[in-house]
Design a protein around this ligand. Structure first.
Ligand code: B3K
Ligand code: ZN
Length: 885
């Protein structure tokens, strides 16, 4: 908890460090009621900062200083200054060693930052600024050092002692204790430090690198989870191979370890050679984890592994550059997932997520550029903008330079900056230098927040056979008040003729026609592109593959969207045409609801989805995606003032109508796929995911019919399926149904079966928290009393509170404000012991400007109540004060 008013930190104030740390030697003595940390730092004056020896100011928080030696001299109180965030000493020569000993309390650390205990084991989380809670240090990413770490602990309870790098020695100690020493030869910033001590088992494998080196791979888990590691291990080996083949990146140490812990503030952490993971991002097997969970494990294992180059070997100079490693690494893991599964489906899922959540963030009070100019608490900037939009920005560079040019750029970046802490500018420079390209205007994507709008209009000249597209770009104001200049917007497009075939494209002035799909760059506020030799009025297919993170509008009629849904050669745009059609139809229903008229669903949506449903050639995962209507959160995001009740009523009405009209087609596909599921052992692979995805979305529609044969099928799927994907879908479908007795029984059976598996219980909480039937808040409050629930475990908070406030919009936004009050109470409670989780859970309240004036007032009142509730962490303080500004 802070003691001073939190301060804003600015990128423009960046200065290189006064001192550097060449070597860091740490010894940890772990005990049950405290731990001791001895640090020996081999330091020198930073030559870049000139002569003279300024005071050395080390970061440190919540540390009890026991001793400090400078250049082998023990210092007395008079020789140093101590505050609750810094230790200042006064070097007398340009090179020296500093030795400190501090006492810390991992056993009472509930913030899960620094060194803490989770389910009896010691573990660490240092990014971004957690290392300062372990020892006095220059806790900033541009100070890179080699590390040796000795861990000493009681042998029986902590047989496994791990840290970064390679193990170099170990042995028994006194009083039943033992020790191990690890050496990490690669210079790294302190945020990549890790330590683990616990009673863990491991699954082992090896990987042979491209230069034939053998790397030992180990995944450490609590003994009862040893049977749930194989999927993560397979994913790791695939990632290592893919990074060699796609980016030429080879792993560097002799060993790579993953440790699963139950209490973790986010998904996972890329500590050098010793990744620490939320157990939800490691453990997966058919019986206990859904297809979505399997895909998440594969993606997160890959993401953390890829950081070994994009983040660790080449790291960030300062935290404003966070997207340098995160945006790039998300781009890399998306490419990996696309290659391992269906690329189009991966793109659809990523874009749906970006449009729903990142666009909302970019339009709210916490909007910030991919490279922010300022922050109060860096933990608040691990955002969708830094990660997801950051990845889109890297993706646009890939589109502009082409795959080969991009690879040349990334090779140069890694080669030029290996072992350095650099900036987003250095990344762009490498891309430019490797390709002779000029990305100076493109760089505005890093400094201008907000989602650009791109309005497109057309004109066809039949006599001249020319077709022109005019693009007008604009970008809304954001809280940073940065002036918005035109972006470089790569638009991949094609033109369809009356039969749906692509037309070979030739722009005015070009010698010959080329391919039927191409990328044009919109660089001005308004710009027209004219195509020649166009024999008939074409239909444009714009922003194929979502080639830029913008809101594109073109005045398509519903018939034109149906045509694109059937004929576009770009799979992403076929899906997107369906989404645009659904949005038009749903907005019409919302209007009818608001006007008090009877709702009437446009027959064209029914017909379009019937065609999709009966298309046997279409990838089943695509069919499933196309059958999914835009979510309530997305409909909220695209509304000026979101009418919660009308959105919910319209969408539910459309779902019910579709279920009734398409019943037969859905039932056929459901039954065919369910039969296959019964006959096929579970496989975590794309075609199997696809089959189950269609089966399960079909079931969720079918249940809306209330027909007894569907209930029977659901109960059968729940009772007899051995995989969690089918079981959980059946449970969710029951939970959202009116069949009270069956619902109660299924919930009880499920809880009894899985009471010893916390990750499965998280699913059980989530499914209930997401139920949009009336009485949602009371159900959530009752579940908080369940013995398996605790606010101390972030996964539980996300599963119950996060799912309720983030996904159950009709209940969370209850007109009496009860949902808001509930969330504010929890944020106040969480703020006292886990600020990062408190601040994350707060997000739904920050969106108050989206709602009607009555709800706005209620939401603001809760934000104000949080602000006045006492001493706020810097995390919660920043979000609340920016939301109210
Ligand atoms: N780099 C970490 C995130 C750390 C978050 C700190 N609050 C995980 C990742 O993005 O890979
Ligand atoms: Zn990352």
């Amino acid at each position: 908890m802070r003691t001073e008013q939190p301060k804003m930190i600015y990128l423009k104030d960046y200065q290189a460090p006064d001192y550097l740390i060449d070597e860091t030697h740490l010894t940890f003595e772990l005990f049950e009621d405290h731990s001791l940390v001895h640090a020996q730092l081999v330091m020198r004056r930073n030559p870049e900062r000139g002569a003279g020896l300024p005071p050395l100011v080390l970061d440190g928080q919540q540390l009890e200083l026991l001793s400090v030696n400078l250049a082998d001299q023990e210092l007395t109180d008079a020789d140093y200054q101590l505050s609750d965030s810094h230790l200042t000493v006064h070097p007398t020569s340009a090179t020296f060693t500093l030795d400190t000993t501090v006492k810390i309390h991992p056993e009472t650390n509930t913030a899960l930052e620094g060194l803490y205990k989770s389910s009896g084991m010691f573990c660490t989380q240092c990014e971004a600024e957690g290392f300062r809670k372990i020892t006095y240090y220059l806790d900033r990413p541009d100070v890179m050092s080699t590390f040796t770490t000795t861990v000493i602990a009681e042998q029986h309870s902590y047989p496994v002692l791990l840290s970064n790098g390679n193990p170099i020695a170990s042995g028994p100690g006194e009083d039943g204790r033992h020790w191990a020493t690890w050496e990490d030869p690669f210079k790294k910033p302190a945020y990549l430090f890790a330590l683990v001590a616990g009673d863990l088992w491991c699954v082992e494998d090896t990987f042979t690198t491209m230069t034939e080196r053998t790397v030992a791979l180990r995944i450490y888990v609590e003994p009862e989870n040893i049977d749930k590691c194989q999927h993560a291990m397979t994913s790791l080996k695939k990632s290592m191979r893919w990074d060699e083949e796609t980016y030429g990146r080879e792993y560097d140490l002799d060993i790579f370890m993953i440790v699963a812990v139950n209490d973790f503030n986010m998904g996972a952490m890329e500590n050098k050679g010793l990744n620490i993971f939320n157990s939800s991002a490691v453990l997966a097997r058919a019986e206990t984890a859904t297809d979505a969970a399997h895909q998440r494990v594969e993606a997160i294992v890959a993401h953390e592994y890829f950081h070994n180059w994009s983040g660790n070997r080449v790291t960030c100079r300062d935290w404003f550059q966070l997207s340098l490693k995160e945006g790039f690494t998300v781009f890399r893991d998306s490419g990996f997932s696309a290659d391992m599964n269906s690329a189009t489906v991966k793109r659809i899922q990523d874009v749906a997520y970006l449009r729903t959540h990142q666009f909302a963030e970019d339009a709210g009070p916490m909007a910030h550029a991919v490279r922010p100019d300022s922050f109060i608490e860096i933990s608040n900037f691990y955002t969708l903008t830094v990660y997801e939009k950051g990845s889109e920005v890297v993706g646009m560079i890939h589109t502009l330079l082409g795959a080969e040019g991009f690879r040349k750029g990334s090779d140069l970046y890694f080669e030029r900056h290996d072992g350095q802490a650099v900036t987003c500018d250095d990344f762009i420079k490498a891309m430019e230098d490797a390709n002779g390209a000029d990305l100076s205007q493109f760089k505005r994507w890093y400094s201008q927040a907000g989602t650009p709008r791109l309005a497109v209009s057309e004109s066809y000249d039949a006599a001249a056979k020319t077709y022109s597209l005019t693009f007008r770009q604009s970008c809304p104001d954001t809280p940073d008040k940065v002036e918005k200049l035109p972006f470089v917007i790569p638009v991949e497009l094609g033109l369809l003729d009356g039969k749906g075939a692509g037309i070979a494209l030739r722009l005015v002035g070009e010698a010959a026609a080329g391919a039927t799909s191409r990328v044009i760059s919109v660089t001005e506020a308004e710009q027209t592109f004219t195509f020649v030799d166009i024999a008939e009025q074409p239909l444009p297919s714009l922003l194929r593959g979502f080639s830029a993170p913008v809101k594109l509008s073109f005045p398509y009629s519903r018939d034109q969207l149906m045509f694109l849904m059937q004929h576009d050669s770009d799979g992403f745009n076929r899906w997107d045409a369906g989404q645009q059609l659904s949005v038009q139809v749903l907005q019409e229903l919302i209007g009818q609801h608001q006007a008090g008229q009877p709702l009437k669903l446009d027959q064209r949506l029914i017909d379009a989805l019937r065609t999709v449903l009966s298309d046997e050639r279409l990838d089943q995962a695509m069919v499933a995606e196309m059958l999914s209507l835009p979510g309530e959160a997305y409909l909220t995001e695209i509304s000026d003032v979101a009418d919660v009740d009308a959105i919910h009523a319209a969408r539910e009405f459309a779902r019910k109508q579709l279920a009734d009209h398409l019943f037969e087609g859905l039932w056929l596909r459901y039954q065919a796929n369910r039969e296959l599921s019964k006959q096929t052992p579970y496989v975590a692979a794309a075609e199997h995911f696809a089959r189950r995805a269609l089966q399960n979305i079909a079931l969720s529609y079918l249940m809306l019919s209330g027909k007894p044969e569907v209930l029977a099928a659901t109960l059968d799927q729940f009772d007899t399926s051995e995989n969690m994907t089918e079981r959980l879908t059946a449970l969710a479908v029951l939970v959202n149904s009116p069949f009270e007795a069956e619902k109660a029984k299924a919930l009880a059976v499920f809880a009894e079966n899985f009471k010893d598996n916390p990750l499965v219980m998280d699913q059980w909480f989530s499914v209930q928290a997401g139920s949009t039937l009336p009485g949602g808040l009371a159900r959530v409050q009752a579940l908080m009393e369940h013995p398996a629930f605790t606010l101390k475990n972030p996964n539980k908070v996300r599963a119950l509170i996060g799912a309720f406030a983030g996904q159950n919009l009709i209940n969370f936004h209850a007109a009496d404000g009860s949902g808001y009050r509930f969330l504010a109470d929890l944020v106040i409670e969480l703020n006292a012991f886990n600020p990062q989780i408190a601040s994350r859970q707060l997000a739904p309240l920050t969106r108050w400007r989206k709602y009607d004036s009555a709800r706005q007032a209620l939401m603001k009142a809760e934000l104000e109540r949080i602000r006045a509730s006492g001493e706020l962490s810097s995390d919660v303080f920043e979000v609340v004060s920016k939301s109210l500004a």
